[in-house]
Write a protein of this length. Sequence first.
Length: 402
Amino acid sequence: MAEAYIYDAVRTPRGRGKADGALHSVQPVHLLTTVLKHLRERNNLDTSLVDDVIMGCVTPIGEQGADIARTAVIEAGYAESVAGVQLNRFCSSGLEAINMAAARIMSGQEDLLIAGGVESMSRVPMGSDGGALFMNPQIVAQHKIVPQGISADLIATKHSYSRTDVDTYAAESYRRAVEAQHDRRFSRSLVAIEDELGTTLLDYDEGVRPGTTVESLGKLNPAFEKIGQMGLDALALMKYPALTHISHVHHAGNSSQIVDGAAGILIGSKEMGEKLGLKPRARIRGFAVIGTEPTIMLTGPVPATQKVLKRAGMTMNDIDLFEVNEAFAAIPMFFMEQLGADHGKLNVNGGAIALGHPLGATGAIITATLLDELERRDLTTGLATLCIGGGMGVATVFERVG
């Protein structure tokens, strides 16, 4: 079986996903086009050799509809022969795109692909595409489907994470992100977004908030308590009758920020890299996806990590750095508790709580962050994992080369 190598990684800044965010005026196709152009220019890329562009997008309607990957390929001026496809595995879509590209290279059917994702959450609101999983009353009632915030609070309740516990984790995420931004640790992968006149609109992650503390987070009201009292807590507790209540500990400050952003990873075979004179940065050791109980929904990173490590013949001790998407503070906390991961090796530059979670792009963004940090620290192996709506998890192991 052929091996899949990563040759480059590019991402946009993450802009606050609101009407006053720096990227709100930018259409999502422009975010993605910027990424594709930079990948071409940085690598002197003959785009006619690119077989496909695979992009995750969780809300593929309106401006993000009509196969935004192919649209961006055309708009970026790539060769006409380059195809494009959009996929949706909820929050893991960006990493799923990378895994799909790797599999196609490993199979020997293709030689060079770009994988990643895009989400403009300020222009195409989360959930605006609807869907039976969350809106069909029969499915919701039968399978006890609740909003992810209720699921996160359910995890915290089941595992006795207090409000102070989750706020302490979140404050550390902010501290690390502030430090990483100050030290320009994201500079290798990050490219600015400009308008049509070449004026820079944003060249840093906009959501980082210096001075965030446990005390300041403690002033925020729980985000999911009211909807829980409207019957959703009772629905979840029908699946978990051993619990008497759900403690609502998550809020805007210890949950992932809504942001805009895009990312792209250049992935190819060894032979194609040699043909193009590109130096590989890492190879993809293995990847795994798994389904989990859909009410609690967000525990998937643990079994997905166990599955990929077993497949790769590795243990947790073989991993130098972890990127665990911070959809809510309870998710990485649960990961560390269940798998014995050292917090000193996990989300070392902060995570989505401090930096943002542009749904379809996040998996590719944390991959870029992971590769950059492995190189900065001269380490070898990294694992990226995300929880997924509907009860799933995905994990991928990367190994530096060269």
